[in-house]
Every structure is written in C-alpha cells, then in structure tokens.
Design a protein around this ligand. Structure first.
Ligand code: BES
Ligand code: MN
Ligand code: ZN
Length: 507
C-alpha cells in the first residue's frame, strides 16, 4: 500500500512561521488579504506578487510561487487563489497544486477560516499519492522516514478542531481512492485473483461483510460464461461479494465490477505493444472495492452490495476458443466470436447473480470494457449507458459535482441486432462499429426488465496516459468519488433511523 501523506491541523499562530521548512501555502480569498505573522520581507514580496499582472492570470485553484522567500526558512511560498465560495473542484485543484510539489520536508497551509479548507486537504491527499512500492531505495536507518517520499502537511486553521471534523469524510474518501489506485497499479504477478480476493477479505475489519465464491461454487451456480474466461489461467476464478448494511431494511444498490487481473486477449491474443497495460483490466472491480471501503470508513447509512468477478484471460491448451458456445447463468447461450471480448462474459454472470440474489433497487456496473470508448471519448470522460433516465442523470450529476468526466451514450434495438448469432442466442462481439454500444447491449441482455441499470465503461479514464488534476501518471481511481456521492445524495437514510446512530446512543 502506498503511504498516504499525513495531514494534521493546528491553530493559526503567527509564531514560528519564519522557521517552517518545506513549503508554505497561503489560501488567498477574493479580498486578497495576507495572514498575519509573515516575516516582513516575505510579506512585502507577497504583497507585490498579489498586485502584479501575473496574479491576475492565476485562476481559482491555481498558484503563484515565490521561491526561497527572504527572511523565511521555507523553500517556497505558494500563493493560492481560492475565493471563499470557490467550487469544490477548484478547492481540490488548489490542494493538488500543493500536493504535486510536496517534498520530503512537507508543507504548511495557512488556511485562516477558509470554508473550503477541507476540500484543499482532500486535493493534497489525492495528488500527493505516489505508487513507489517497487522502487528499491537504499535503507540507511530510519525505515519510516525512508518510506516517506513526501513530508507531513500541517494546516493552520482558526478552528482546527472544526476543520479536523470537517475533513474526516474527505480522509475516508481519499483512503478509498488510494486503495483503488493501488489495486489498479499493481502488476498481475502480484495482484492475482487470489491476492485480490484476500485484499477484499481484509476489509472485514472495517465491518464489511465479505464472501468469496470459488470455482466449485460458481460452477454450481451455472456461471459458465465467467468460468470460460478463466479456464486458461493457473489462477482460479472467483466472485467476491462485499456487503455494507447501514440502511435498515431497504433493498440494496448493487455495484458490479469487471475484475480481469490480466487480459492477454486469450486465444484471440492482443498485439505485444501496450499489452502490459492490461494489468488495469480489473479497474471496474477496483472502483467497486474502493466505494465499499469509503462507505465502511464513513459508516454510510445505506445498503450497498458490491460484487466483483475476478478472472485472468490467458491463452492455453485449456483456454476457450473462438467459436465456442457457452451457456450463461441466466440460461442464454453465447457464441464466443472473440476471446478478447471477455469482460462482458464475466459481467453477464455476475450481473445476473446480483439481481437473482439481492433483488437490488438499481444496478451500476463499472468495467474497462472496450477500446472503442477511448476512440469515442478519449481519456477525459467515461462512457455511461443506462436503461433509466433518472438513474443516468443522478449518476451524471454526481460525476459532475466530483469533477469526474462522464458522458452518456445511446442504447437501442438497431445496436442489439448487431450481436445476433447464427448458432446461439447471441454472440460476444458485434464487430468494429459502435463497439462500446454493442458491448453495453450485450450487458443489457442480462438485466431484468424493470431493474434500473447503468453501465460505465471506464477503459479511458482508469489509467490515462498522463497525469490528471488530482492524480500523478498512473491509476486515477475514477468513479470512487462519484459513486460515494451518488450513494450519499440518493440512497442514504436520514441520520435518526441509522442503526449506527441508535447503537451509539445506547452505548
Ligand atoms: N480490456 C479490453 C478493453 C480495453 C482496451 C481496456 C484498452 C483498456 C484499454 C477488453 O477486454 C477488450 O479487449 N475489448 C475488445 C473488444 C473486441 C474484441 C470486441 C476491444 O475493445 O478491442
Ligand atoms: Mn479483452
Ligand atoms: Zn478486458
């Protein structure tokens, strides 16, 4: 697990500012006022900076930097433009400006009584992430300090206790996003199906109910489509069910994730160039796991069940072939035209199982499902499909509020016609045209008639080619924040009826 940056809160003090090492960041509101306690020379430099033309070009959430300010031990003074009513996304971006440049000697943030300070803290935590588990370092003594490439962050705030309270939800969300990023960044020789299942089982200690179904159990359930994908791998296929029951008797929201720990394409093998990226093909499962972690950490007053299908898609003497016909748990037969269209085979069975067993209020699946969604939307928007307009807009609104790009794409009978098979009930590939849509049509065949359902194709956003506002190059954890908000704003009970608040009153 990558080490998260440590963030603490102390009261605003004018003493000792000159002696702070590392970086000192100031949240500058629309009144342009500087906090007290800045050493005289640094203060006059900062005052000039705020009066300059350069400052006029600094947008909300961005920073102007003064290097090695006179009279201070800090290596830099960061002036951050953050109006008091800045958008949440702007405040997180401001945090990212601090987190991206955070060195070993840490940072001090002068937050005053800024109402968006806790969002700044979240931005720091997300952007200061660094997956360096496999970078060998010389160990010369202090192992803990050695393990930290990023120093501590101290917020000076007029009411540090209130800020610490306000920041707890953000801390839960940050931990969850980092958990997802770690999973997605891990290589496939480490994150096998069994290792993945073990990491999910470990979340029992957070109060999640976690159950692992092995190949025997999956066989008895009739999940032949899922099992066919994994049958060429040495790693056993698994389905993991994670339950968070914070919502009384309500039917749960079901989240379903594609967890292909490595996708070679199988017998329809992928070209060598770029194949190493297919360690991220478990990204949907990673997001589902991260959301469940967030819900547990913040003890959400909602019932949510997360299901992930963990398989590895390998070429082998036992692997499935193009032309094979498999029967899904639902009972429909599938002609496997292309063994590289494996994600939909996995999801078909897990989606069906989720509905049969849990009778959910709604189902949302996440998957790095198609290269075609990258052709359509690039790396800035996930593709959203839904059979229900209300669920779609709920999802798009949550994504917008969290600053995670999402764009709806259509479904419809003409697209469904493209996956009709001569031999079976359907085929698993509709060819090149509308590749993301035909994949979604395939999934929709495994959704009950009256079940509100959304499918999110995250192939482009799970591991974009460069850094993003809130993440360094590598896994983003796209979707954890969106789905956490979707649950919070739409599926949670009022506080009084929470089983947890009852427990707390008694105890
Ligand atoms: N895992 C891939 C999709 C993918 C591509 C994810 C690039 C992330 C980055 C998926 O299993 C796949 O191979 N899809 C095929 C489907 C085709 C064979 C119908 C694709 O997109 O080419
Ligand atoms: Mn594939
Ligand atoms: Zn895949």
């Amino acid at each position: 697990m990558a080490q998260p940056v440590e963030i603490s809160f102390t009261s605003t003090t004018t003493e000792g500012l000159a002696e702070r090492t590392g970086r000192v960041a100031i949240l500058v509101g629309e009144n342009g006022r500087l906090p007290g306690g800045l050493p005289r020379l640094a203060r006059s430099a900062a005052t000039r900076a705020l009066a300059s033309d350069a400052w006029k070009d600094v947008k909300p959430g961005s920073a102007l930097e003064l290097a090695f300010p006179a009279g201070m031990e800090a290596e830099a003074l960061q002036l951050i433009n953050l109006p008091r009513r800045a958008e949440v996304t702007e405040a997180r971006k401001a945090g990212a400006a601090i987190g991206a440049r955070l060195g070993k000697s840490g940072a001090t943030v002068l937050a005053g009584n800024h109402p968006r300070a806790q969002e700044v803290a979240l931005g720091i935590a997300l952007r200061a992430y660094d997956f360096d588990a496999y970078k060998t370092r010389k160990s010369d003594g202090d192992a803990e300090a050695e393990a930290r490439t990023r120093g501590r962050v101290t917020f000076m705030h007029d009411d540090p206790d209130a800020m610490a309270r306000a920041a707890t939800e953000g801390a839960a969300v940050a931990e969850a996003v980092l958990f997802t990023r770690d999973l997605v960044n891990e290589p496939a020789n480490v994150l096998t199906t069994s290792d993945f299942a073990d990491r999910l089982l470990a979340m029992r200690e957070l109060g999640l109910d976690v159950e692992v179904l092995d190949e025997d159990a999956l066989g008895k359930l009739g999940m032949r489509a899922l099992l066919a994908v994994g049958q060429g791998s040495e790693s056993p296929s698994k389905v993991v069910v994670m339950r968070w029951n914070g919502g009384g008797d309500e039917a749960p929201l079901a989240l379903v994730g594609k967890g292909v720990v490595f996708d070679t394409g199988g017998i329809s093998i992928k070209p060598a160039a770029g194949m190493e990226e297919m360690t991220m093909d478990m990204g949907g499962a990673g997001v589902v796991a991260g959301v469940m972690r967030a819900l547990a950490l913040r003890r959400a007053r909602a019932n949510v069940v997360g299901l992930v299908g963990l398989v590895e898609n390998m070429p082998d003497g036992k692997a499935q072939r193009p032309g094979d016909i498999v029967r899904s748990m639902k009972g429909d037969t599938i002609e496997v035209i292309n063994t590289d269209a494996e994600g939909r085979l996995v999801l078909a069975d897990v989606l069906w199982y989720a509905q049969e067993r849990f009778k959910p209020r709604a189902v949302i699946d996440l998957a790095t499902l198609t290269g075609a969604v990258i052709v359509a939307l690039g790396h800035d928007n996930a593709g959203v499909f839904a059979n229900d307009d209300a669920l779609a807009s709920t999802l798009l609104n949550a994504a917008k509020a969290e600053g995670e790009g999402a764009w709806r794409l259509p479904l419809g009978q003409p697209y469904d016609n493209l996956i009709k098979s001569r031999l079976a009930d359907m085929k698993n590939s509709g060819g090149r045209s509308a590749g993301s849509i035909t994949a979604a049509q395939f999934l929709q065949r495994f959704i009950g008639k009256d079940v509100p359902w959304a499918h999110i194709d995250i192939a482009g956003v799970a591991l974009p080619p460069g850094e993003t506002t809130l993440a360094p190059k590598g896994a983003t954890g796209w979707g954890v924040m969106t789905l956490n908000r979707l649950v919070r704003d739409n599926y949670e009970l009022p506080p009084e009826t929470s089983p947890f608040s009852k427990k707390m009153k008694k105890g």
